[in-house]
Design a protein around this ligand. Structure first.
Ligand code: DHB
Ligand code: MG
Length: 232
């Protein structure tokens, strides 16, 4: 395939969305209400959301953790996927304004808050140790799927905690925007290397707790890619 065919990736994504991932009313509302409330339009695309919901279904996840609620678009994808089998989503966001909009959007999509999805307010690096402690004392169950979609500079720190709060063998950790971060932090490509950033891929490659890969993606969200790891 010639490289110039990548120009069709946005039209391709629309085609795929139309036939395989049409947004239900809850997702349409979440997207529109998020824009109305000034939330940046950086949520996962409908096809990416569908992919996440299929992954949650494939893995049989009961307890899903999301870092970076934003307007709750991906939260709705997860919550709808796990609702039927009584699964629960816990999502964390640092912004109370975004949390309020996400809760509105989850309600509109028919998700009960906090029973089916709980949205916790705070910095993930503050809340993750609390969750780890609650898991250790048996106050809450561990997670079998962790979706990391928060600020990019802390991807490794979030990943490390995600393994700690996971159930163990077979648990899945998915990190969004990994390829864009590798480019932005100057790990690959012409940007100046940002020494504050711990290189996620290199750390995960040496991490005996997991087996992982990065998949590059194209589409309406341009060139990017995600890391997916399975706990050993
Ligand atoms: C952008 C995309 C994302 O998926 C995200 O989590 C943050 C930012 C962006 O396109 O800038
Ligand atoms: Mg993202």
């Amino acid at each position: 395939m010639s490289a110039e065919k990548i120009v069709h990736s946005t039209a391709m994504e629309s085609y795929i969305e139309t036939h395989l991932a049409p947004e239900g009313p809850g997702l349409v509302h979440a997207r529109e209400n998020s824009i109305k409330n000034g939330i940046p339009t950086i949520a996962v695309s409908p096809t990416q959301g569908k992919f996440l919901s299929l992954l949650a279904t494939m893995s049989g996840a009961q307890e899903v953790l999301e870092l970076g609620t934003l307007g709750g678009y991906s939260s709705i994808c997860f919550a709808q996927a796990i609702k039927e089998r009584g699964g629960k989503l816990t999502s964390i966001d640092i912004s109370s304004d975004r949390r309020e909009v996400a809760i509105q959007n989850l309600h509109f999509a028919g998700i009960k808050v906090p029973d089916e999805t709980d949205v916790l307010l705070g910095a993930a690096l503050d809340i993750l140790p609390q969750l780890a402690n609650e898991i250790d004392t048996g106050a809450r169950p561990a997670f079998d799927f962790v979706f990391i979609d928060a600020d990019w500079d802390n991807q490794w720190e979030y990943f490390d905690f995600a393994v700690k709060v996971s159930k163990g063998k077979g648990s899945v950790i998915y990190v969004d925007n990994v390829v864009r971060q590798i480019l932005e932090a100057g790990i690959i490509g012409p940007e100046t290397r940002d020494e504050k950033v711990t290189p996620l891929v290199e750390m995960v490659g040496q991490d005996d707790r997991v087996d992982a890969v990065v998949m590059q993606t194209v589409g309406s969200k341009s060139y990017d890619g995600f890391l997916m790891a399975v706990v050993k």
